[in-house]
Design a protein around this ligand. Sequence first.
Ligand code: KIV
Ligand code: NA
Length: 275
Amino acid sequence: MMRTTILDIQKMKQRGERIPMVTAYDYTSAQIADRAGVPMILVGDSLGMVVLGHTSTVPVTLDEMLHHTRAAVRGTQRALVIGDLPFLTYTTTEQAIQSAGRMLQEAGAHAVKLEGGAAMAPTIARLVELGIPVMGHVGFTPQSVNQIGTRVQARNATDAAQLIEDVLELESAGAFAVVLELIPAQLAAVVAQRVRIPMIGIGAGAGCDGQVQVWHDMLGLYTDFKPRHAKPYANLAGIIEQAITTYAEEVRAGTFPGDEHSSKMSEEALQAALA
Ligand code: KIV
Ligand code: NA
């Protein structure tokens, strides 16, 4: 089975095929997402919140991202795996080359994602020149939460015009796709029409070329809060809690493990050992 490439992703937009993307942070979950046929898996720095229990993505380190990306990549055969570059690991073009280089060479990611608009264009252009596919990310950029708060971005005319400009700059710089997070649906739809590269939305309406959801949100695993843009397609937290409760009951009752979960030795061997 052939690995999905950034060209495949771009062709999907040309054909008018919407693109589903989901995050995954380990081998088993990436394997499930790959089997489900999603063409792109993002190892997002959202792992800082949903896996590591931080209150934002700001504390996430490159080493943590590499560790989880390595595991996720091993679970995939077909999906394009994108490694998120965490906060302050791409402050200069040189640093971005180091960080993105490790993401591809050490962790096996096929592309990186980084947050920011026009200001990131020169860095993206250089990464692309070196053969590193880059996904952009504008609108609400969680690594700037201390600067911008958590809210819908680009609601007024000035900010909306700036966002369009940012995306055009990212496209010119060679980004293969861009995440649009928490922006008005009408704006996202216009942006998607104005560029050739896919716009992947989260909280940006149905006019995007694709959508991304965080694993724990879409599966009902993260219960600290439910973002408005998240749709739980399952209630895994409830299912898992029920399974563990049943297991604990069976252990307490002595009904687990059963014979089928255990192994035996010959009575002679046991007696000989005790003699
Ligand atoms: O870290 C993440 O999961 C992301 C997506 C929400 C786009 O950046
Ligand atoms: Na992220």
